[in-house]
Every structure is written in structure tokens, then in C-alpha cells.
Write a protein of this length. Structure first.
Length: 453
């Protein structure tokens, strides 16, 4: 079905876009004018936004509405910021319907519209809905239309009226008062904060008392740690036990961490991260997968480990260029992704736990087992790690093989629950000491504070 000539009409719809984990308002302006049928999108719209033309056209028609055979111009303002996601399908569609007087444009006032449109008119979920809503609420926006498939991420937000929609036709009916809106019922994050889940408890680990003590210190002070030892010494098992002694996340940390995972599309069914992340990228991981980037400047493993643990096993096996990208986030706690005409920042404050062999074969310096590596091979292996990177790792510890007597020792070992109590006590003391300094643990202290305390 095609509309004939129309009088010039301009409709404005409010939406939001993302830059890093911060949302910013976007005015979607739709102009319908007489002329050869065309559909143009301006305002630094990237490929994913420009591709929305066919989705919008089919979505409107398949929802039972008329698509104008006119000159359509869509402007996404402000025009000096790139828009890179298909989040504007819903506001553009509603703007076209309002501009062609198939619905009153006044019904759109006061709402923020977010959602991708499928060809049949269904409103699909979008990544990054959580940071967008948090930013919008902080800027004073209170009413939102969002995809129903994003419901799990929206229930943790208060002081807002969030309406869930399944398709374009339903959105119009709700706006026109022909259908009751399905509003989100908010929940309290404090009710679901979980203790850090770990498949390994410290009591399961035989021996390695020195390494356990070092991990306890790392957990208490937020320190980075490097374990050096032969294969089979238990380095990986020790690292995987670390989350079980870290303090539980605060509601603020849970929301901040969840914002990053919302952008990456890695949130689970609960729609929020309630235990500290433990990320273990393989040593073949590319620089982009570790730091983030790509067409949409997505967060990488470094940012996904924010407020948690980043475990790098076999550290020298990573490419040197990849490892060097760790230096900035280890120093500043942020990951900056620079692109042409764009710079995106993601939080990246984590505890780095790394492990490595003392040499390529792993037997250098052992009482048992003969090293087969030449001095040149050992030097080449160790030279893969730069001095500036090693300087940012606070604790270096040698992890020896466990002796038979330690393996058969049946004496009681401190379990993770007991160690966690000590860690919490240490963190509480640090918080009281540093709360007026804008930091919360020893690892974040600058040189002048170290001298003071």
C-alpha cells in the first residue's frame, strides 16, 4: 500500500546512542516531502544505521501501516557524533508514521524510544540497553519504550516508567491508548547479590601455602600477581580459586560491570552480573579480542574483567604486542579505543593473575627433572615480557611442585570462607583509610599516599 503526495511534515522523536558506557540523547528528525521516492539518513550514520532503511520499510508495511512514496530524510542529531547501532529503527518508524499523520506526533512527546526492527515489524533486543537507560535517567528522562526481550536488564532500574513492547503495531496501540502498556516492575539489586562462585576452594589445594598466602594478599590489596613454576605445580588451580576469596560485589559495582557486559551482549538470563567476573582469554587471542574494538568498538576481555579477575595462563605465549596493551589499563584502570573521528573509553580495573613456566620446557631450576633448554632459548623466552609490564605486577612468586608428603597430608586447611573473612577485614581497614582519597584498596595508592601511610 502506497501513500500519494503529502504536505511537508516534520516529526521529532527522542532516542539515545552510546559512546563507551555513556549514553547521550539523539533527536531523530523525520522529514516527508514531495519528490522522487527516496530514503536518506544523515547525521554521521554508519553502515548499521543506513541499513535500517529496508528494515523500517518492510517493518512498517508488514505491521499494517502505509509507507509513503515520497522523499524521506532522517536526520540523527547531533550530527558530529557517529551512530553505529541499529537502535534507531523504532524511533525512525514512529517518526515516519507521525509525519504521514497515521498517528499523532504529540503522542511521542516525553518518551525515549529504543529498539531494532525486524522485517515483520517485531521489535528486537539491542545490546547496551542498560547503560543507555542509566545515562538517560541520570539526565532526567523518565519514560521509555524498549524491546520486551530486554526486560531482564531493565528490572534493576528505579525512578523510571519503562514500557515493554513486542512489535511496532503494539507500540502504536499503547501510545494511542488502545492497549494497556506492560510496564517493568523494578527489583532491588541487593536481594540478588551473590557470593563469588568458584569451582575450586582453597581447602581443595594441597600444599602451596606460600602461594595461597600471596593470593590472599593480592585479594586483600587488589594487587596483580605473577606465578612462576613448572607444569603441574597447580598454578591454574590456584588462580581459579581466587574469586572464592574476593569480597562480594556492591550494588554499584554490579551495575557498572553489567553495563559493560550489556554492551558486549554477554549478560545472562538474570540481566545483571552479581559475582565478580573471571576471564581467561587463550594465549592465541588477538589484540582486538583482548582490548576491544571492531566495527562497533565493543569491549574486550580486559574490560569484561572489570571489577573481577583477568587470568593469563602461559603469559610469555601471548604476543608481545598484545601484552603491551595491558600497560595502560593496569596503570589507569581504563581501556581507550581510538578510531578515526572517535575515541571510546571502557572501565578496566581488575586483578591480573598471570602464570608462566621458568623456561620453554618448564624444568629450569627444579630439584628433579633436567632442563633441556639452552641459555639462549631461556633468554628469548623471558625476553617476551617487557620490563614496564612486569613493573606493573606487584607480586612475583615461585610456585614449586607439590611434594608427596604435602599431597598425603590430611591436616585441616583454611577454606575459602575463612580466608574471605580476613580479606574483608583488610578491605574494610583500607576503605576507612582511603575513602576520602577516591580509592578503596592499597593497589590504587599513588606514591605520595604510600609515603603518608
Amino acid at each position: 500500500m502506497i501513500l500519494g503526495e503529502v504536505a511537508p511534515v516534520l516529526a521529532k522523536v527522542k532516542s539515545f546512542a552510546l559512546s563507551g558506557i555513556q549514553g547521550y540523547p539523539v533527536d531523530v528528525e523525520v522529514d516527508i516531502n514531495n519528490g522522487l521516492p527516496s530514503f536518506e539518513t544523515v547525521g554521521l550514520a554508519q553502515t548499521a544505521v543506513k541499513e535500517s532503511r529496508e528494515r523500517v520499510r518492510s517493518g512498517i508495511k508488514n505491521s499494517g501501516f502505509l509507507f509513503p512514496a515520497s522523499k524521506i530524510t532522517v536526520n540523527l542529531a547531533p550530527a558530529d557524533i557517529k551512530k553505529m547501532a541499529p537502535i534507531f529503527d523504532l524511533p525512525v518508524s514512529l517518526g515516519i508514521l507521525a509525519a504521514t499523520e497515521q498517528m499523532s506526533y504529540q503522542l511521542l512527546d516525553g518518551y525515549v524510544f529504543l529498539g531494532e526492527l525486524s522485517l515483520d515489524g517485531k521489535v528486537r533486543r539491542i545490546n547496551g540497553i542498560l547503560p543507555i537507560l542509566i545515562s538517560a535517567i541520570g539526565l532526567g528522562f523518565k519514560k521509555f519504550f524498549v524491546p520486551k526481550d530486554n526486560e531482564a536488564e531493565t528490572v534493576w532500574l528505579k525512578d523510571a516508567e519503562i514500557i515493554l513492547i513486542d512489535n511496532l503495531a503494539q507500540a502504536v496501540k499503547v501510545l494511542q491508548g488502545q492497549e494497556n502498556p506492560q510496564k517493568v516492575i523494578s527489583k532491588d539489586i541487593k536481594d540478588i547479590i551473590k557470593s563469588n562462585n568458584s569451582s575450586s576452594d582453597f581447602s581443595y589445594i594441597k600444599g602451596q601455602n606460600q602461594a595461597k598466602r600471596a593470593l590472599e594478599i593480592a585479594a586483600a590489596g587488589g594487587h596483580n600477581m605473577l606465578m612462576i613454576g613448572p607444569p603441574g605445580a597447580g598454578k591454574t588451580m590456584l588462580a581459579r580459586a581466587l574469586p572464592s576469596i574476593l569480597p562480594d560485589m556492591t550494588p554499584e559495582e554490579a551495575l557498572e560491570t553489567s553495563k559493560i557486559h550489556s554492551i558486549a551482549g554477554t549478560l545472562g538470563q538474570e540481566g545483571i552480573i552479581t559475582s565478580r567476573p573471571f576471564r581467561t582469554p587463550h594465549h592465541t587471542a588477538t589484540t582486538v579480542s583482548l582490548t576491544g574494538g571492531g566495527a562497533f568498538a565493543r569491549p574486550g576481555e580486559i574490560s569484561l574483567a572489570h571489577n573481577g579477575v583477568l587470568f593469563l595462563d602461559e603469559l610469555p605465549e601471548y604476543s608481545r604486542s598484545t601484552l603491551e596493551t595491558l600497560r595502560q589499563p593496569l596503570e589507569d584502570g581504563v581501556m581507550v579505543i581510538n578510531r578515526a573521528n572517535m575515541s571510546v573509553q571502557y572501565p578496566a580495573r581488575f586483578v591480573l593473575i598471570a602464570s608462566m613456566n621458568p623456561c620453554p620446557c618448564g624444568h629450569y631450576g627444579l630439584e628433579q627433572g633436567q632442563c633441556q633448554c639452552t641459555p639462549a632459548q631461556i633468554q628469548k623466552y623471558l625476553s617476551r615480557l617487557s620490563g614496564p609490564l612486569l613493573d606493573r605486577i606487584d607480586i612475583h612468586i615461585v610456585v614449586d611442585s607439590v611434594k608427596y608428603d604435602e599431597l598425603t597430608d590430611e591436616s585441616n586447611q583454611d577454606n575459602s570462607k575463612e580466608i574471605k573473612l580476613r580479606v574483608n577485614q583488610a578491605r574494610a581497614q583500607q576503605y576507612q583509610r582511603l575513602k576520602n582519597k577516591g580509592i578503596f584498596c592499597n593497589a590504587q595508592m599513588p606514591a605520595q599516599l604510600i609515603k603518608t601511610f
